[in-house]
Structures are given as structure tokens and as C-alpha cells.
Design a protein around this ligand. Structure first.
Ligand SMILES: [Zn+2]
Length: 505
């Protein structure tokens, strides 16, 4: 029964019941008509002003005006103003979780997982790196709008953040800032210095002298004097700096600190009156960030006037894409505890866990030792759930994708931390159709499919249009329920340990 006199009773529209927003001034919902998503608004009597700014066709139903409009960029922007919870906001130190969505269709499944996991985790639905934007041929606004429509469709009315991830240039900041993102993750990885294992005292002296002292607003002697003999009390753990420890930390991270400060000042200038928050991320570098290096980075960033909400050190062990943690869980835990304590003593700020998908064996330690003051980022694992959905519903397409991914893997893996080998990934010719979904549980096949997303999505046929992308999107739209169910199952496992420690309430 459709209740008469409500937005659900409008004929010729199938309204998603979970999307309905009912307020004193009107009703809003997402509907499906002729294969397209439609925004439907039914103002309360005397409240036609709520229609202002929206695109669409104005009609009448049951004595009230009715607007049916497209799920367009413009309507998403006006909707964010009207239903304010759909607009990204600052997450601060509350427990948060980043769901990257490269296709723009995953947010409903992410919402279901959040609701099922309980707790009070603040979601970051819109999260994309500058690199991912290029590889998916999307704009920052596309990413934000997809998150808006997805959250609206599934009835998410809690707060949410929006993360412009792994930004390397000021132009990256400009693009995401203009689109309305609120969290900016600065990646100074290209400015992290390398120290050769056989570096001599003389090499270190030369490296230290060559640091950008002007931009550091400091002299070598003053820096040395500030740390010499100083012992930081990290919740009872004494952390001292010898001259060599300091010199090595400076050679490795001083240029990165300078770069973050530059990016931060640029962000503050372009954001103007808008509120934004910063994450500092050095996770994609070669060697782990030692506790002393973490202390150095935080101390020097603060001295240069940078304010940040979260920091992602490079952690011990291997954080490969789409698979569990590789390394000694106990060693990870011991290291993580120290980083969490440093973040409390020198901040407090959140620790951020990057490449955070599928790291089931360490989540409990990650959540407890930070006392929930933590952010986790995932991205490609939602893409893999999309492929799991296709593997069960469009086997021909999935076979083509997997075959193509195997061809592309050796070239595409270059910019990722992965160790899978094509020759170890199951040969599709030997697999029956029923065996295809299990490829999404195979270490090698997962990584092969994970890092080739850009090649798959941008592959063109002989006429220059998408070789796979249209079929992938159409398949997932048709199978939206299956995709959401797969995402829910997969993400509930990610979220539960963090829900238990969450601080968002
Ligand atoms: Zn990262």
C-alpha cells in the first residue's frame, strides 16, 4: 500500500522508500523512471519556495506542486544546501572511514554496511585521489555528486566528510576545493629523502647542509640545538634524539615538511572562509616512519604553523592493495602503539591507516590502540566487489575483463605496492563459469584486477568509445541490489572493529 497524500503515492514513479525525507516544509525522494534516477520534491502547502534553484519539470499532484528533475550536478548542489547533512563537513577527531568509489555507484552499499555495523563511525563517501581521477576520467565534482546521490538514495542522514586524497600539487588542491571537498590529504612522498644504507658520517653531513634552510625558517645549528639532548616523554616512553638520529630524520623528512607547509598555506588561501581539514600522508614511501621521525615531522610541521587533523605514517610490514596485512602482526601492533601515543602527546590528532582495505588481521589493534581516534582509507576494494557482482551475473563480460587485466597487469602495477604474479593467478581457460566469482578471493587475481582498473575503464574500442566501461556501468545499475548486498557483506567486516571503538557520538 502506498500511503495516499505522500510522495510515495505519486503515480508512474517508483520511489525508493528509504530515500524519503519528510519535513514540515515538504518531502524529498529519489525515484526511478524510464531507467533513470529522478529527484522528486513535493513542497508542503505554502512552501513552494523549497523548489527554488532545482532543475526539472513542474507538475501537480493531489493539490500540491511536484517537481521531477534529473539526478544532475546542479540538483545535487542545491540538494546539499537544502538537506544540509548531505553536504560534507569536518570530521575532526571522530572515528572515520573512507570509502573510495571509483565508479560512483557504491555509496548505497556503503551506507547499508555502516547501518549494519552500528557504532558511530563518520563516513567519507567522496574520496578520490588525483591519480584515480585521471584513471577513471572523472572530475572532483563527479565524485562528490555521486556520493550525494548515493547517500540520498539510501537515506543516510548522519554527517559525512569528503576527502581529496593524495594531492601532490597546488593545482590538485584548487580542483578539489572548487568542487566543495572539505578534507585535503597532502602527499609529500616525492619530497621524502633517501639515505643509502652505506651512507658515511660525511655523506650525512653533506645531506644535512644541503637542506632548504631558508624554507625551513631555521639554521642547521638552531635545529640541532633544539633537539640535542632533548627527550620526548611519549606517555612514559622516553624518546631521545642523538645528533645522528636528528640528522637522518631531517634528511629524510625536512623537504617533505616544507612541501606540506607550502601546500597547507595554499589551501588556507584558496579555501578562504570555508572550513577545511588536513591530513598529512607519507604512507607511499619506501621505508617505515620510525617513532623519532614521526616526532620530527609533527614537531617541525607545528613550528611552521601547519594545523592538521590526521597523519598517515609509513608503517612496518606490507600494506598491499586488496589483501590482508603481510608481516608480523605483533611487530605491527608494537609499532602502531607508539605512533598512536605520539599522536596523542604531540596533538592530539588522528592516525590514518592507508591501503586499509582487507587488513582484517590488524583492525582490532588499529582501533583499540588509537582509542578510536583513527581514520581508515579503502578504495579499490569497492571496485573488486563490483567485479564480484559482475562475475556472478555477466560471466562473459567478466571473462573479458579478467583476460584484459592479466595482459595489462605487468605494466599497470608499477605505481602500486603489490606482489601478485600473473602466472600465479588462475588461468581463465581452466575455470568454469561457476568458478569465476571465487577469483575475487584469490590473492593474485585480486591484485591483478585491483591495479588495472584504470586500463579497464579507459580502454577504447575501434570506434573510440569505452570498450568495457559502458557495459560495467550498465551491468551494475541493473544489478544494483546485488552490488549493494556484496558491499554490505564485505564492509561490515571492515567496520565492526571500528564501530566498537568509535567516538563519533
Ligand atoms: Zn595512501
Amino acid at each position: 500500500m502506498k500511503p495516499a497524500g505522500t510522495i510515495l503515492a505519486v503515480p508512474h514513479l517508483s520511489v525508493r522508500p528509504q530515500s524519503v525525507v519528510s519535513r514540515a516544509d515538504g518531502e524529498w525522494a529519489l525515484a526511478h523512471a524510464n531507467g533513470l534516477d529522478k529527484l522528486v520534491i513535493r513542497p508542503a502547502a505554502g512552501h513552494d519556495d523549497v523548489l527554488r534553484g532545482f532543475d526539472g519539470e513542474l507538475g501537480e499532484h493531489d493539490g500540491r506542486r511536484l517537481l521531477i528533475g534529473p539526478a544532475s550536478a546542479r540538483n545535487a548542489a542545491v540538494l546539499r544546501e537544502q538537506l544540509s547533512w548531505l553536504a560534507p563537513q569536518l570530521v575532526g577527531h571522530r572515528t572515520s572511514f573512507g570509502f573510495g568509489d571509483r565508479l560512483g555507484l557504491a555509496t548505497p552499499g556503503h551506507v547499508r554496511a555502516l547501518k549494519a555495523a552500528g557504532g558511530s563511525i563518520i563516513p567519507v563517501f567522496a574520496q578520490q585521489s588525483a591519480r584515480e581521477l585521471a584513471r577513471t576520467v572523472r572530475t572532483a565534482a563527479d565524485v562528490l555528486n555521486a556520493a550525494t546521490w548515493g547517500a540520498f538514495a539510501e537515506g543516510w542522514t548522519g554527517p559525512q566528510g569528503a576527502d581529496a586524497d593524495h594531492l601532490k600539487t597546488t593545482a590538485d588542491i584548487d580542483a578539489f576545493c572548487a568542487a566543495g571537498f572539505t578534507m585535503f590529504t597532502i602527499d609529500p612522498g616525492d619530497h621524502v629523502g633517501q639515505i643509502e644504507p652505506d651512507a658515511t658520517a660525511g655523506d650525512l653531513r653533506i645531506g644535512f647542509a644541503a637542506l632548504p634552510w631558508l624554507e625551513l625558517e631555521e639554521s642547521p645549528t638552531a635545529l640541532l640545538a633544539r633537539y640535542a639532548g632533548r627527550v620526548f616523554d611519549i606517555e612514559g616512553l622516553p624518546l631521545g634524539f642523538s645528533e645522528e638520529t636528528l640528522v637522518r630524520a631531517a634528511i629524510k623528512y625536512a623537504r617533505a615538511v616544507v612541501h606540506v607547509a607550502k601546500m597547507y598555506r595554499h589551501l588556507v588561501a584558496v579555501a578562504g572562509a570555508r572550513v577545511v581539514e588536513l591530513e598529512v600522508s607519507v604512507d607511499e614511501t619506501d621505508t617505515p616512519t620510525s617513532p623519532a621521525e614521526h616526532v620530527f615531522v609533527a614537531t617541525e610541521l607545528r613550528r611552521l604553523g601547519v594545523t592538521w587533523t590526521s597523519l598517515a605514517p609509513r608503517l612496518v610490514g606490507r600494506f598491499e592493495k586488496g589483501v590482508d596485512y603481510i608481516g608480523h602482526a605483533a611487530a605491527f601492533e608494537a609499532d602502531w602503539m607508539v605512533h598512536a601515543a605520539i599522536a596523542r602527546v604531540l596533538g592530539p590528532y588522528k592516525l590514518s591507516l592507508h591501503s586499509g582495505s582487507d587488513k582484517f588481521s590488524i583492525y582490532k589493534a588499529v582501533a583499540t590502540h588509537t582509542r578510536g581516534v583513527v581514520h581508515v582509507k579503502t578504495a579499490g576494494t569497492s571496485w573488486l566487489e563490483a567485479l564480484r557482482t559482475l562475475a556472478a551475473t555477466d560471466r562473459r563480460l567478466f571473462r573479458e575483463l579478467y583476460g584484459f587485466a592479466r595482459e595489462r597487469y605487468d605494466a599497470d602495477r608499477a605505481s602500486y605496492h603489490v606482489s601478485a604474479r600473473v602466472d600465479a593467478a588462475p588461468d581463465p581457460a581452466t575455470l568454469s563459469d561457476d568458478q569465476l566469482p571465487a577469483l575475487l578471493d584469490d590473492f593474485h587475481a585480486r591484485q591483478v584486477l585491483h591495479v588495472t582498473f584504470g586500463s579497464i575503464l579507459t580502454a577504447a574500442d575501434s570506434e573510440g568509445s569505452g570498450r568495457f566501461s559502458h557495459r560495467i556501468m550498465a551491468g551494475l545499475r541493473t544489478r544494483a541490489e546485488d552490488y549493494a548486498a556484496n558491499l554490505e557483506t564485505h564492509f561490515v567486516r571492515h567496520l565492526r572493529p571500528f564501530a566498537a571503538a568509535s567516538t563519533g557520538a
